[in-house]
Write a new protein. Structure first.
Length: 380
């Protein structure tokens, strides 16, 4: 065993010296290889982290959201539907929500405007709480006044009572919380109407049953489960990840062409080197092992450099290269650092499809050259 280890050490030493002799070519190869790994790993790490952030955020969302439909479209839901739901067994809490979107023509941005029970203790009539991105975009401070144009055409001035904390920016970046009175005035919302109804269920196993009972009592409504929202977000992130990977298809294709070119044959210098090694007594197996070490060193170094760079890009620089696609197109981008998360399966998949193809691509041309007569190899 010790003899085998010593032999591998000598092979690695010789391989490193061989790589150094062709340092310009190998550095260019290492750069391209690292860049491909960096791009692919950045997309995978960023998307996986966003999936987890979304799952953690939605874990605290309502168990059920009840929406009224009119001709298959989302419509306002009357407050009387709270009474029609009644005291269903398993329902812990039910509440009507008021929310919508307000377009700011000056900022060219949409704000998410909400007014429901959770806002009553935070904002009084005439005052609002705004998200960090809204405050940054408009330069708002506490007690500053923000103007709105109501749907009846009148101006509505509201004072900033609170700027929502930075650590909640993933949820509250474009959020504007206001009182129910101001909300109804802004959107000319009819009294006794809500946007939807949220329901909390005491036993998670009973959510499906409660949804079925609500559907029977309110046939013109639909009950949306939290799990369905999670699946929707999962599909959205898969779709966005696919878009980025398609955009990177050119880089991946270039790498594949390079690997195929590498497999098609060795350069004249590499063939001459192998011929000299065979002439001084190296066995075919030793030559193949040496070249396999060369491929392994290049591919592993590129993989480690690319993956570390991708990790820093995703979790220290918030995926700057892919932010508009992965986080969505918006004027008000939330500022937050993704929590590091590494999926073992995705890591193994990336390793398999970037390291093994290159390492194995060099076996056939090396074997073909190594079994050829040294004299004919050196003569070309």
């Amino acid at each position: 065993m010790r003899t085998w280890i010593e032999k591998q050490k000598y092979l690695i030493d010789f391989t490193v010296s061989s790589l150094v002799r062709r340092k310009v070519k190998n550095l260019g190869l290492l750069f391209i290889y690292t860049l491909v790994v960096f791009l692919l790993a950045s997309v995978m790490l960023s998307t996986q982290a966003l999936r987890r952030e979304a799952a953690q955020v939605l874990a605290h969302s309502p168990d059920l959201i009840v929406q009224r439909l009119a001709a298959g479209r989302h419509d306002l839901i009357p407050a009387s539907y709270l009474d029609r739901i009644g005291n269903l067994r398993g329902v812990r809490k039910k509440e009507g929500r008021l929310w919508g979107y307000y377009y700011d023509p000056l900022r060219k941005a949409n704000y998410t405007v909400m007014a429901h029970a959770s806002a009553k203790d935070r904002v009084a009539p005439g005052r609002i709480a705004v998200g960090p991105a809204v405050a940054r975009g408009l330069g708002l401070t506490i007690d500053a006044r923000m103007s709105f144009q109501t749907y009846s055409g009148k101006p509505l001035w509201l004072a900033v009572a609170e700027i929502l904390p930075q650590d909640s920016e993933l949820l509250s970046a474009d959020l504007v919380l206001m009182s129910e009175q101001d909300f109804r005035e802004l959107f000319d919302y009819p009294a006794g109407q809500y946007t939807d109804i949220v329901i909390s269920v005491a036993n998670p196993r009973e959510v499906q049953n409660v949804a079925a009972k609500i559907a029977s009592r309110l046939p013109d409504s639909r009950a949306i489960l939290r799990e369905e929202i999670l699946r929707t977000y999962e599909s959205i992130f898969n779709w966005r990840e696919g878009i980025v990977l398609v955009l990177l298809a050119g880089a991946v294709l270039s790498f594949a062409i390079f690997a195929l070119e590498k497999a098609s044959g060795l350069s004249a210098d590499e063939k001459r080197e192998i011929g000299i090694l065979k002439a001084i007594g190296w066995e075919t197996g030793d030559v193949i092992k040496m070249k396999l070490w060369e491929g392994a060193l290049v591919s592993l170094t590129a993989f480690l450099l690319g993956y570390v760079a991708a990790y820093l890009h995703a979790f220290r620089f918030s995926s700057l290269l892919f932010e508009p696609v992965l986080k969505g197109w918006s004027t008000l981008y939330p500022r937050f650092e993704l929590s590091p998360v590494v999926d073992g399966f995705e890591l193994a998949t990336l390793f398999f499809f970037t390291v093994f193809p290159y390492a194995l691509a060099i076996v056939v041309p090396i074997w073909r050259t190594a079994v050829t007569d040294p004299d004919s190899v050196m003569r070309g």
